[in-house]
Design a protein around this ligand. Structure first.
Ligand code: ATP
Length: 563
């Protein structure tokens, strides 16, 4: 992962935000190449999910044809939106602070394991080193404590941490007596916190009681703003779609089933932003709300789940590192009949662990009804009903607007059910970067082995599609190369022109940023008007007529699925 992060910085994919001022935790800037890459990710998503669907064609395996339209809603919305959606009350994480190290943790992100030491087998003088606070007076007796680490710090094995806490040398590792499996802090009762040694702390009992922390960024609207004018930066783009359901249905001629797609920034005041861009405080989402008849909603849920899982594979993510994980009943939100996460084995995770790229949820009619009637809760008999205060009034009033759908063919009126594939543009971009990263050794132009880093990005995603080089800076080669470069640009392909340094180094510079094709004008070009075309992955070099470069690259792009 360090190599990927370093490459991203060195070659201008991703920079720490406000780096010259020491950085701002949880915020990232995309450099020139990162901007192209992320734009290609968004474009691929929008093309494949929105533009390629229409009311006349039934996509493979889909229950019927359908329409898709786009939307761009504002980041700041009416505060009532977040009350009815549940975010105002429920969108929080539990956090704890360590009084000793001053670090703050999300409860579910601290690993812990109960451990003690077989004191009788550890020489007394050694046991005097280290943390006194975890041992009572008798030096041979060790207390049972929870040793901890943050999820990404260690390999799930807390041995090193336990040795540190007890002040023992490595050779005494076999004297540790484990009393539990590795669990997370949210599985421990608060009464046990006095026995928890926080990550990096020297004694037990330094954690505060857990507190709820709402993840929405608050801001004040207007010059005279008081608390009454408080508003929130959206933590998801989805609500902008729900509140515009009526507008979209009335202003376009879409008929159910149809989907509304939105790409846009979302903000979450994450307690512990980390793992590069994976968990940021400002990030971009690519969300679809797909509205359908309740009777068909399960079929659509299954279709979207599989369609989205396939999309990542079509763009180069190996099925070995991608999983589709259905939530079990205990993980499901109270309104959902099914949710699946598409997860990727990011290199910063332990073997066998996966990080969420996208959630695909069957949300029933929960969102539209909440914005009609007021926030919904599940009643004792299992039905969703408006939450009421002590006076029997809705706790959060909905808009009162009719968000139902009338099918003029069946003469039926109903509230559509919603399938929500919700992806993160930054997480997808990061997964594509991680998947693309390869190192290999290839012979250079003199046959000498050369180590190269190559980003095997799908040609649809690669920031630069082709690079054009004159072999040397004379004999008319730069002029010819510049002309080819101009033709490629005129054809709408993003290319680079490079005449600096040895040809092998120029190839490697392009390999490192994932450019699929390199074209070289050389000594033969002047006589036979051909150039070499080099393929990034196979390293095959073929001679083609200079006048065919644009067509050849376009053919190869089409063959790779870039239409
Ligand atoms: P997590 O459990 O990782 O916090 P989540 O389940 O809260 O994620 P959703 O609310 O389902 O995430 O958001 C949909 C998508 O938005 C996620 O699958 C992810 O791709 C992206 N996303 C959510 N939070 C972040 C974040 N802090 N940084 C980057 N992307 C994010």
């Amino acid at each position: 992962m360090e190599k990927i992060v370093a490459l991203c910085r060195r070659r201008g994919f991703i920079f720490q935000n406000s780096e010259i001022y020491g950085g701002q935790n949880g915020f990232w800037d995309y450099g020139p190449l990162g901007t192209e890459l992320k734009r290609n990710v968004r474009d691929a998503w929008y093309t494949d999910m929105v533009r390629s669907h229409n009311e006349l064609r039934v996509p493979r395996g889909a229950p019927s044809s359908f329409q898709m339209v786009g939307l761009e809603s504002a980041i700041i919305m009416h505060p009532q939106v977040w009350k009815c959606s549940g975010h105002y009350d429920l969108f929080h994480d539990l956090m704890v602070d360590c009084r000793e190290t001053r670090a703050r943790y999300r409860l579910d992100q601290v690993r812990c394991r109960q451990v003690t030491v077989d004191g009788g087998t550890v020489p007394g003088q050694l046991s005097q080193e280290g943390a006194q606070a975890v041992r009572p007076g008798d030096q041979a007796e060790f207390e049972t404590v929870y040793v901890t680490s943050t999820a990404e710090d260690v390999s799930g094995d807390l041995t090193a941490e336990a040795l540190r806490v007890f002040g023992l040398k490595k050779k005494y590792a076999d004297r540790l007596v484990w009393k539990s499996d590795v669990i997370t802090l949210d599985e421990i009762p608060e009464s046990d916190y006095c026995r928890v040694v926080a990550p990096g702390a020297t004694r037990a009992g330094t954690l505060t009681a857990p507190r709820e922390f709402n993840l929405m960024f608050k801001t004040i609207v207007g010059a005279l703003g008081s608390e009454d004018d408080a508003a929130f930066l959206r933590p998801e783009t989805a609500q902008g779609i729900f509140v515009n359901f009526r507008n979209v249905a009335d202003s376009t001629r879409v008929r159910l089933p149809f989907g509304v797609a939105q790409i846009g920034k979302s903000f979450r005041n994450e307690i512990t932003p980390r793992n590069f861009t994976f968990r940021s405080r400002e990030f971009e989402q690519m969300e679809i709300e797909f509205f359908c008849h309740p009777d068909q909603s399960r079929a659509w849920y299954a279709w979207w789940r599989d369609r989205r899982y396939q999309w990542y594979q079509d763009l180069g993510i190996s099925s070995e590192r991608l999983i589709l994980r259905d939530h079990d009943a205990s993980e499901l939100a109270h309104y959902s009949v099914g949710t699946a996460d598409i997860e990727y084995a990011f290199p910063f995770l332990e073997d066998g662990e996966y990080g969420e790229l996208e959630g695909v949820a069957h949300r029933g009619d929960f969102d539209l009804r909440s914005h009609m009637e007021g926030r919904l809760v599940r009643s004792a008999d299992g039905h969703l009903e408006v939450e009421r205060d002590e006076h029997g009034q809705p706790r959060y009033r909905g808009s009162g607007k009719d968000l139902s759908y009338f099918d003029d063919q069946t003469r039926e009126r109903f509230i559509p059910h919603v399938i929500e594939p919700s992806a993160g543009a930054d997480r997808a971009t990061l997964a594509f970067l991680c998947e693309a990263y390869h190192e290999d050794t290839q012979p250079d132009e003199h046959g000498k082995p050369q180590h190269r880093t190559v980003m095997r990005l799908h040609p649809r995603l690669a920031p630069i599609t082709a690079a054009v080089f004159p072999l040397i800076k004379k004999e008319g080669m730069p002029e010819k190369a510049a002309a080819i470069y101009g033709e490629l640009r005129a054809a709408g392909l993003n290319c680079q022109y490079d005449q600096q340094g040895a040809i092998g180094r120029r190839y490697r510079r392009q390999d490192e940023i994932g450019t699929p094709f390199c074209i070289t004008v050389d000594g033969h070009t002047a006589s036979d008007d051909t150039v070499t075309l080099r393929d990034r992955d196979s390293l095959d070099q073929v001679r083609i007529p200079a006048g065919r470069v644009v067509d050849e690259i376009q053919d190869r792009l089409r063959a790779a699925g870039c239409d």
